[in-house]
Design a protein around this ligand. Sequence first.
Ligand SMILES: Cc1ncc(COP(=O)(O)O)c(C=O)c1O
Length: 342
Amino acid sequence: MADLIDLRSDTVTRPTAGMREAMATAEVGDDVYGEDPTVAALEAEVATLFGHEAALFAPTGSMANQIALQLVVPVGDELLCDADAHVVTYEIGAAAAYGGISSRTWPAVGAEVDPDLVAAMVRPDGYFAVPTRAIAVEQTHNRGGGGVIPLPTLRRLREVADEHGLALHCDGARIWHAHVADGVPLHEYGRLFDTLSVCLSKGLGAPIGSLVVGSAEKVARARFVRKRMGGGMRQVGVLAAAGRYALAHHVERLAEDHARAARLAEAVAPFGVLAGPVRTNIVPLDLTKHPLDAKQFAAAARAEGVLVSVLGPRTARLVTHLDLTDDAITRATESLTHTLRA
Ligand SMILES: Cc1ncc(COP(=O)(O)O)c(C=O)c1O
């Protein structure tokens, strides 16, 4: 792997020297007893960033999403989200398995959301149908090619949620990228949602960690749900320290990842394989019209020294991240150009 350029995901990064130093010197305590000062500081910091009362450290983005969904959808009731959402695609049925949640989806079109379509799907309270309790959106959208939902659309969704008495959840694994791409302050996003899950271990480069963000009441319940799911952690300040370091050093630099993704997109575009506009750090590829299918493309790219992700028979993606340099992107564009031309 060492000399391969890894464009599979932004989760492949390794902690930097500065981050490791912060981890090594972190003050810790037993967080199940509420005694880890570094975790408490991280939770307070993230709550403030999003303009909410509280936040809770969780080991993974999936657990943070699932804790949040259990807070806003009672057993047997319904969640609405798009068909490509991480919560219904990659979380292995957790909403149903752990929360007893019934999920119904609207057709996915990149990161686009039509608030009127969502409003039309809402089922009212009553014993004759599954009542809708929450709407979830993903910012930025992973399978939607890193697309950003515009602020006015989110505001309209908030109105829809309010009109129907629903909660609005944000899977904000990469909300930092949206903030950097659109210049929307994090608290501006935060105020629109009842719950958010935000990840430190994607673009921000921490080895682990996500947070559930919400009101003090919700986060108190979230602490209970996390423990029930086996996510109560002990001297975890060493990991929270990595997250605090990432927040201090790795948010604004995401603009570099976006610029590098744009360079990759520009290089592959002439081959007719770009699946959509590139707004952040994900380059979605559609190989429908290319002689190589996704697996063949990935194998050929690997032989040229570049790792890519296969998402479907004819879909793949490239993702930029902290562990890449401009030079690596130059070499990747050369390799990918060669692969696609062959
Ligand atoms: C949009 C989105 N949400 C949630 C997650 C889940 O994160 P984790 O892998 O930490 O469970 C991911 C992971 O890539 C993701 O892309």
